[in-house]
Design a protein around this ligand. Structure first.
Ligand code: PEP
Length: 253
């Protein structure tokens, strides 16, 4: 049985004050053991998030990482530094990193390997753009991205990774993918993992949907058999809205 994940990607939002408010607002609330809740603040808010989430079952993630563990890499943050800040997860290959910061499949793969080698669970983002979807290239593109991301990963490491299917045209646009279509593409991602590794590993990997998820539409995604949770951007910033998503997901457990 795969444990569902509700993960929030704050992007470049929520400084120290908003982060303190967020964690103070939800620290008393209880998360059922059948659900994993992950919040990914910006680097500068991780320290306070770690302090304020102490004792709660909310887990922390970062939004990016470098592939070396230390050295002359001005401006970069290593997996070990993230571990020191209490991170268990790290988002890798988000479409904004690929699109605005030139992250290639090779860079994404290096970051995934470094994260796993240093005890972080990568949340690997994949997703097609609108042109690819309209040209009928979604399936081949997603398969290719997954294969490139998992290159050189040992089977026992792959079991732990999380993959997020985030169609680019659904991120921050208010347009969601049709839940059944998202379920189909996520099935294809699982099948790709099966082809590279085995059925057992494919059945263990958790695959999330991301793209304009909010309290009003969460249930339609969470009730799909292949969808193991969601990666939420805008609707994860405010504690009361994020909590509504968690509450709605709890009802489906
Ligand atoms: C994201 O950026 O990962 C995301 C899914 O954003 P939003 O929920 O705002 O579409």
């Amino acid at each position: 049985m795969r444990k569902p994940i509700i993960a929030g990607n704050w992007k470049m939002n929520n400084g120290i004050e908003e982060t303190s408010h967020f964690f103070n607002s939800i620290k008393e609330k209880s998360i059922p053991p059948g659900l994993e809740v992950v919040v990914c603040p910006p680097f500068t808010s991780l320290y306070i998030a770690d302090k304020l989430s102490d004792g709660s079952s909310i887990k922390l993630g970062a939004q990016d990482v470098y592939w070396e563990i230390s050295g002359a890499f001005t401006g970069e943050i290593s997996p070990i530094m993230l571990r020191e800040l209490g991170c268990k997860f790290v988002i890798i290959g988000h479409s904004e990193r690929r699109g605005y910061f030139g992250e290639t499949d090779e860079i994404v793969n290096k970051k995934i390997l470094a994260s796993i080698n240093n005890g972080l669970i990568p949340i690997i983002c994949v997703g097609e753009n609108l042109t690819q979807r309209e040209n009928g290239e979604t399936d081949s593109f997603i398969k290719h991205q997954v294969e490139k991301a998992l290159k050189d990963l040992e089977e026992n490491s792959v079991e732990k990774v999380v993959i997020a299917y985030e169609p680019l045209w659904a991120i921050g646009t208010g347009k969601t993918a049709d839940a059944e279509e998202a379920n189909r593409v996520i099935g294809l991602i699982r099948n790709t993992v099966k082809q590279i590794y085995s059925e057992k590993t494919a059945e263990t990997v958790r695959v999330l949907y991301g793209g304009s998820v909010k309290p009003e539409n969460i249930k339609q995604f969470m009730s799909q058999p292949e969808i193991d949770g969601v990666l939420v951007g805008g609707a994860s910033l405010k504690p009361e809205v994020f909590w509504e998503i968690i509450e709605a997901s709890k009802q489906l457990l």
